[in-house]
Ligand binder design. Structure first.
Ligand code: NAD
Length: 494
């Protein structure tokens, strides 16, 4: 296997990603040349790096001798011909297939035949990029995440031509650079950008359907450990960027309805409401702008003192049993019930299995899934459209007695967390089915590439394949179409 740990590295493109890649390569001891077509861009990137490293020295996080040594290993070059002796090229130029193909063809005429060619593209097919190369087997994707020095993940992307030893050499090199590498097949969005689509798409669908407010949506997903809710995250990324990625994944999948972009997001983009950078997106960032608040409720007294039954088993129902005992509520526990939650003579309060409360009866309310009971207690719930006012207030009182901050949302299939997580699992399952990545690769990619609190298959282990399928099928019954079709891989797990 090619060993790249002593490679002489050429980084092409001295933008935000190229500068970061040059830094981590030099930090790992490589000699690095940096090239950019824009005159002065490479020296200026090195100067910026010098200042940011000086800040680390001032904070005592790096020694100045180490900084000098690191910077001494990076040299700007004015012509690609100065890099004839390099043994690894990492390309981080503008995201355009023709531009990248031209660059690779130029480089093939300059570097030796055993030089490995790696592209940091986030969306272009490695197979397509290799077209026209004399030695396409040495081209591989090496997809870093921004900011490169901080983000641990590298997707090592193989196209149809890529030789396995080349991908393996890049995999080992990424590890040598202190990263966690995962292998990916070159398919639209690779791993992270593909599996993450539903995090945005389901939030946009819920907003479009007037199911709830952005504040509630964000709070419910942060309650299971996401650092940012989907609305605030899209506002940060920029709706123009996010919409472009969604459109490219949709087009690249031959307009598979699974990936249909959102009308709401197009309206935001068309109206220049791009998020934080334009002062308004889903939220308004103007000073003094009003923001909706989460509902808060004083902890209620036990609403009914006889005929209370807990249904189902598992850690959540065990926690509920403790809470009820602490509150001196007498109850029976039917562990063999086919649903989870609580019933009284006047109410069924059921954990969502995907079906709406309305479809389950009159005096029924459903509440959302939880994957991190120790975290925030914000929880979405919805009453049946036929529920009486007393029944609604009873449901809310029980949830608050059980320690939640309940947020009433519209009675849509699978509420917020169950819907979003089921779709993330389903997308990851399809990626595994199609050989894009392994189960562990998907988990690592989502935890490290976008800081998810858990990988999609961690959630699957805490749930069940049948439970996820039930939710997807309920969504499919409600909406019809291809969007919620169940991954064959998931069906095989039952
Ligand atoms: P950027 O615009 O900051 O930098 C691109 C640089 O490439 C510019 O300095 C430009 O002058 C230079 N350039 C353009 N054509 C060139 C050529 N033919 N030869 C040499 N230099 C050329 O872009 P970026 O954000 O650093 O992205 C670079 C690549 O990394 C893209 O493929 C992008 O999709 C990918 N990427 C970006 C991110 C991100 O968050 N920005 C994350 C992962 C991957």
């Amino acid at each position: 296997m090619t060993d790249l740990r002593k490679a002489k590295v050429l980084v092409v493109g001295a933008g935000i990603m190229g500068a970061g890649i040059a830094q981590v390569a030099a930090q790992a001891g490589h000699t690095v040349q940096l090239f950019d077509v824009r005159e002065g861009a490479a020296p200026s990137a090195i100067n910026k790096l010098r200042s940011s490293l000086a800040t680390l020295v001032a904070k005592g996080k790096m020694q100045s001798a180490d900084v000098d040594a690191l910077l001494g290993r990076i040299a700007p070059i004015a012509s690609l011909h100065d890099a004839a002796s390099c043994t690894l090229v990492v390309e981080a130029i503008v995201e355009n297939v023709d531009g990248k193909r031209v660059l690779w063809q130029q480089l093939e005429a300059i570097v030796a035949d055993d030089c490995v060619l790696a592209s940091n593209t986030s969306s272009i097919s490695i197979t397509a990029m290799a077209q026209g190369l004399r030695l396409p087997q040495r081209l591989v994707g090496m997809h870093f995440f921004n900011p490169v020095p901080l983000m641990k993940l590298v997707e090592v992307v193989s196209g149809l031509h890529t030789a396995a030893p080349v991908a393996d050499a890049i995999f080992s090199l990424a590890q040598h650079w202190g990263k966690v590498a995962v292998h990916a097949r070159s398919t639209p969005g690779f791993i992270v950008n593909r599996i993450a689509r539903p995090y945005y798409a389901e939030a946009l669908a819920l907003l479009q359907e007037q199911c709830t407010s952005p504040v509630v949506l964000d709070a419910c997903l942060k309650a299971i450990g996401f650092r940012m809710g989907p609305c605030e995250l899209m506002d940060l990324i920029g709706h123009d960027t996010n919409f472009a990625v969604t459109q490219s994944v949709y087009q690249a999948n031959f307009y598979d309805k699974r990936y249909v972009p959102s009308l709401l997001q197009r309206e935001l983009v068309d109206g220049g409401l791009l998020g934080r950078k334009s002062g308004r997106g889903i939220y308004d960032y103007a000073e003094g702008a009003a923001h909706a608040q989460l509902a808060t409720l004083a902890t209620a007294a036990a609403p009914a003192l006889s005929g209370v039954t807990l249904h189902g088993s598992g850690s959540r129902m065990d926690a509920w049993a403790h809470r009820l005992s602490d509150a001196d509520v007498g109850f029976t526990h039917d562990r063999s019930s086919d649903w989870s939650g609580l019933s009284t003579p006047t109410l069924q309060l059921r954990q969502t299995d995907g079906r709406t409360a309305t479809s389950l009866g009159a005096n029924v309310a459903v509440f959302d899934m939880a994957f991190a009971p120790e975290g925030s207690r914000v929880l979405a719930w919805a009453p049946s459209l036929r529920a009486s006012a007393e029944c609604k207030s009873e449901a809310q009182d029980w949830l608050s007695l059980l320690g939640y901050q309940p947020q009433q949302v519209a009675d849509q299939s699978a509420l917020i967390v169950a819907r979003t997580v089921a779709m993330l699992i389903n997308e990851a399952a399809d990626a595994v089915q199609q050989g894009v990545c392994t189960v562990e690769g998907a988990n690592q990619a989502m935890r490290l590439g976008v800081n998810y609190p858990a990988g999609p298959f961690d959630w699957l282990s805490a749930w069940s394949a049948q439970g996820v399928i039930d939710v997807l099928q309920a969504l499919d019954t409600q909406y019809r179409g291809e969007r919620y079709r169940v991954s064959p891989w998931l069906r095989q797990q039952v």
